[in-house]
Ligand binder design. Structure first.
Ligand SMILES: [Zn+2]
Length: 67
């Protein structure tokens, strides 16, 4: 578990000291993917963004997700 803010690839989790990372901006935040995972990001963007958003909010407190 790393608590520092070292960027890691959203998909494979590799850090920038292991592989070049590309920065994307989304909703005023940044996310990163490595070149290997860019195709995954393109083709499975929704799934990747769900994963990214989950990573942004470590507390699983969902105020209103009824229905
Ligand atoms: Zn990757």
């Amino acid at each position: 578990m790393t608590n520092d803010k070292q960027p890691v690839c959203l998909s494979c989790g590799r850090a920038e000291d292991a592989i070049p990372l590309m920065t994307w901006r989304y909703q005023g935040r940044e996310l990163w993917t490595c070149p290997d995972c860019i195709p995954t990001f393109i083709h499975q963007r929704g799934e990747m963004l769900v994963r990214w958003q989950a990573a942004q909010e470590p507390n699983p407190s969902t105020p209103s997700q009824g229905d």
